[in-house]
Design a protein around this ligand. Structure first.
Ligand SMILES: O=P(O)(O)OC[C@H]1O[C@@H](O)[C@H](O)[C@@H](O)[C@@H]1O
Length: 334
């Protein structure tokens, strides 16, 4: 990312029905909605976006917005497809919205600092009685650290007296020059659940190419993931912490035509790589404890075909001080 000389700024803006924040750092510009604490877009100065926002996005109160980084919590996707302990947390006969209960609700803005060209912003979702038919006292914190890298950290605090079990995802829509031309590296030889093929386990052979509707849950991940984009000559480096599962999703032609807030041809301009705790990697939070998951994203120039993998850059150190990100997870990515 190229550096601009200006100082970091945070500005409150209204987008349709939604209160939002426009953030400008030395490196990039971001838009964040208070609803769902959803990062809506993230664009390095003078470059194509990293985080994709649908051209048809509707800024409506109470409705999930297509693009950015929706927060899926306390379950991912269809609740009925989640492990039993996640399903047991919800009222048995209640209608369960896809991707949980927090992406359409107002979060509360917390601390925000703009310093040395960087911005750190917090949003809280207090749920003293849970949310709707999910009746467990919990608090969520999402922290955006926007500097040379973009880091998003989601923390779940359980202030009840029984453990809670959730599945979750930072459902990031990445912008790409053409989804048919990219490759996704770092998941070679891992096992994925192919939801397009009867939820069967499959071993990933080689890098991923998007060649049709793709909806997969990758498990047992121990490396960073990279989107290699020859059209924009860049690699998006995605490094997760305290997460060993990820979802790779592209709707392709037919599903794109059925999706809300999604132009028919937009499947060519995006791919979702969702940092997750799903399938055999669900999150259990003990009473009184806080558990965190985070993702750090940066862009590197694409290495020419056939050369060694991306050279490490100084930007990797920008997020190294994250307090909650030390113990387990994928910090030591290759
Ligand atoms: O339309 P929604 O609820 O935002 O979900 C979009 C997609 O989200 C992905 O995470 C799922 O794997 C897909 O199955 C789903 O279609």
């Amino acid at each position: 990312m190229s550096a601009a000389p200006d100082a970091a700024t945070i500005e409150s803006v209204q987008m349709g029905e939604l209160a939002c924040w426009r953030v400008r750092t030395q490196w990039a510009e971001a838009l964040i909605a208070t609803q769902g604490a959803q990062l809506l877009s993230y664009t390095p100065h003078g470059q194509p976006p990293i985080v994709w926002l649908s051209e048809d996005a509707k800024f409506l109160r109470g409705q999930p917005l297509r693009g950015g980084v929706p927060v899926c919590w306390p379950w991912f996707g269809d609740l009925a497809r989640n492990p039993q302990p996640v399903r047991d947390m919800f009222a048995p006969d209640a209608a369960a919205p896809a991707h949980g209960v927090v992406r359409g609700v107002e979060w509360e803005p917390g601390a925000a600092t703009a310093e040395s060209g960087r911005v750190v912003m917090d949003f809280h979702c207090h749920m003293p009685n849970g949310s709707g038919e999910w009746k467990h006292p919990a608090d969520l914190l999402i922290r955006f650290r926007m500097g040379e890298t973009l880091e998003i950290q989601l923390c779940t605090h359980n202030f009840g007296d029984a453990p809670i079990t959730v599945s979750q995802a930072l459902h990031t829509y990445f912008a790409v020059s053409d989804s048919r031309q990219i490759t996704i590296e770092g998941l070679e030889d891992t096992t994925y659940i192919d939801t397009m093929r009867n939820w069967e386990p499959v071993t990933q052979t080689g890098p991923i190419r998007i060649e049709g509707e793709t909806d997969r849950i990758y498990t047992g991940i121990d490396r960073a993931i990279e989107i290699v984009d020859p059209g924009w000559q860049r690699r998006i480096h995605i490094e997760a912490s305290q997460s060993r599962s990820a979802v790779v999703w592209n709707p392709w032609v037919e599903k794109a035509a059925r999706l809300s807030q999604f132009p028919d041809d937009a499947w060519q301009r995006m791919v979702c790589i969702e940092t997750a705790r799903v399938w055999d990697d669900v999150l259990v939070v003990a009473p009184g404890k806080t558990e965190s998951m985070s993702v750090t994203i940066r862009v590197d120039a694409a290495a020419p075909a056939g050369s060694a993998t991306t050279a490490s850059t100084a930007s990797t150190t920008a997020a190294a001080g994250s307090a909650a990100d030390s113990a387990t997870g994928r910090d030591a990515a290759a």
